[in-house]
Design a protein around this ligand. Sequence first.
Ligand SMILES: [Mg+2]
Length: 138
Amino acid sequence: MIIAVDFDGTLVEHRYPAIGKEIPYAFETLKILQQKGHKLILWTYRTGDSLTEAVEYCKKKGVEFWAVNESYPGENREKNRGRKINAEIYIDDRNIGGLVSWTEILQLLHPEDYDLESLYKKNIKRNVLRRFFDRLRQ
Ligand SMILES: [Mg+2]
């Protein structure tokens, strides 16, 4: 699936134009979603330097997006005048009802998949996953 993900208030606490503290398990979840083959788009109000800072921050956290503020890599946004990008799922703290936790997001997208061993075989650190799933099961 193509999943659009907001930055401020969704991946990090809302401190725009600064970068707030990471929302628990946000980046662990994004890594799992990427490993499951989802295409992630960073979809944010940020532009220019503040956008670059957000992209670099995510890269440091181990997540590189498939596209940034565009519906697919290399989209001509000048030509495509619609402001909303095209995605199948949007994850945003301004959702009606608010942002559910990142552990719930993974559960909603992959209710069938709680097989720790198969995830361990992929490239995610065991201790990160252990903490993640311990929390999920609380
Ligand atoms: Mg936001």
